[in-house]
Write a protein that binds this ligand. Sequence first.
Ligand code: ZN
Length: 689
Amino acid sequence: MTDANPLLDFSGLPRFDRIEPAHVRPAIDALLAESRALVARLTTGAVPVPATWKDFVAPLNDGIERLARAWGIVGHLHSVNDTPDWREAYNALLPEVSRFYAELGQNLALFAQYKALRDSADYASLSAAQRRIIDNELRDFRLSGAELPEAQKPRFQAIQEEQAALSAKFSENLLDATNAFAEYVSDESELAGLPNDVIQAAREAAEKEGKNGWKFTLHMPSYLPVMQYADSRRLRAALYRAYVTRASEFGPPALNNAPLMRRLLELRQEEAHMLGYANFAEVSLTPKMAESVEQVLAFLRDLAAKARPFAEKDLAELREFSAKTLGLPALEAWDYAYAAEKLRQARYDFSAQEVKPYFTEPTVLAGLFRAIETLYGVRITPDTAPVWNADVRFFRITDATGQRVGQFYLDLYAREIKRGGAWMDEAIARRRLPDGSVQTPVAYLVCNFARPVGEKDGRPLPATLTHDEVETLFHETGHGLHHLLTRVDELGVSGIRGVEWDAVELPSQFMENYCWEWSVIETLSAHIESGAPLPRALFEKMRAAKNFQSGMQMLRQIEFSLFDMLLHSRFDPASGEEGILQLLEAVRREVAVVSPPDWNRFANSFSHIFAGGYAAGYYSYKWAEVLSADCYAAFEEAGNPFDPTTGKRFLDEILAVGGSRPAPDSFRAFRGREPRVDALLRHSGMIIE
Ligand code: ZN
């Protein structure tokens, strides 16, 4: 292989100092050819290789890892350094790389090899991690139709393609319907209550079209503040109606998502039947932690029953406050967010901006690292590596004996050419190499915080973070630790690989709890001017505000989750568009404390399940929250958020094992019992102690 192409250098860390967009095409072309040749050699050679781990799985994983690593670097650079050249290089190869992985998933010769290995005497002698990799492979092949009779395969393929097209159209319709609406305000008095930056943006939007006045839209930065802050009930009502009827029969027929939804449900049902399942929810749950539709439904209904009294109390408070203080005796759907914001302000008189100067970045990072070091008995120290931007830092994690466990990049600040949001991604995954040595894992932690501004006494001031941003940093670090502290030797289930989708947020949400511990916050905060920690009284207000209206919020999430699960399990797609509406109505009657107007068409914009891969999976949000809260409760029961015994057990039983065993087993090994919802309810202020 050519030394000149740094994308093909797998001897260590990615060569961010040398990699250029021009390297992408030759490197990826070479790796694709190499990978295809390998697959051919392993499956169609004159003498087929024996279906053993050593002869088949190990070389396959070895060979394909090179492509995954190189393409991972390209994808990463496309996300954090999205210059026209990088975008072009990425997009040019994306279809080819996607096609390769699709072929791999459809390759029946590979499937046959895995099946032969599963049925051989060898299987029993493999490690648990190796057996799990084989089982996962077989499961994924089956779910993608590999076992169907040949005659049925074209139909199965057609179903997949039609679903993909319908989901894409669903998103397009929703976006077009969102863009089609604008509310122009010419009377300045209608702006009362809105934040200045929102007014300014509305003014600029109108100006751009050569219009006077202000333009409001259904995009979040315009819609949300109107619903929360606009004193004008007329303005709120107008935007609400437009928002909740997007892509429905109340708009242009071409943008109506209802027929697409009906068709998607039909196709999913047909797919499930072809694969031998009773309904699509069973297909969706097969690779997940939840065991059955019944288990998920019971979980959601139990949570709903427990949250309900608190939601009723939330609602009663909101009604009383609105009647007395806002002159709104009867709340309409477009009043709730507004009234809730007013009540929140009245009760907890602090703002996010008041908190921010205390969370200075160096103190936050030091506090975060200290928390990790205390919990898991590791050390985090600065390290050096080639990086893609001068702002990026690099760290090394070592264990008690000084051995390197892993390394990570930290890219904290927003840049114009960087994708928004925050995420963790893997650069290198842990594995044991054929020579017996260990390839230690490397992670990317990426955020989009504002970079430092200003200076004092000639020295630059550090960046400051909101408490939300501190939570985001802890969350992504939790994902990072799952990847970095793994002890699994096999690539396919090392770190977050192979972890069930509804359990993967456990370590990340777990870490968020530490942002609500006074003993942590005290060490995490140092005021940008005075260096003082966050005042305790202000912290207590934040804690109280955290659970504001949590009962109503939880019921809302459960309403969506229950609708989604019933739609994909108990619903007959033949009952059509009307039937979808009726099901949503029934779910609301069952769990909600407030019902929206009967013209509300929420389902028509429920992208998560119709366009986003969450079909029969929306419950995962609450599911993972229950797991993470329950794990954290083990520390509370030990009387110390850093209890060393519990910390070691969390490391050993949850983080270190990664995807090498089923998540329910890992949970039980850590907690000594099945998950319970109590801790989440308590953390949400829904248990009276
Ligand atoms: Zn996450």
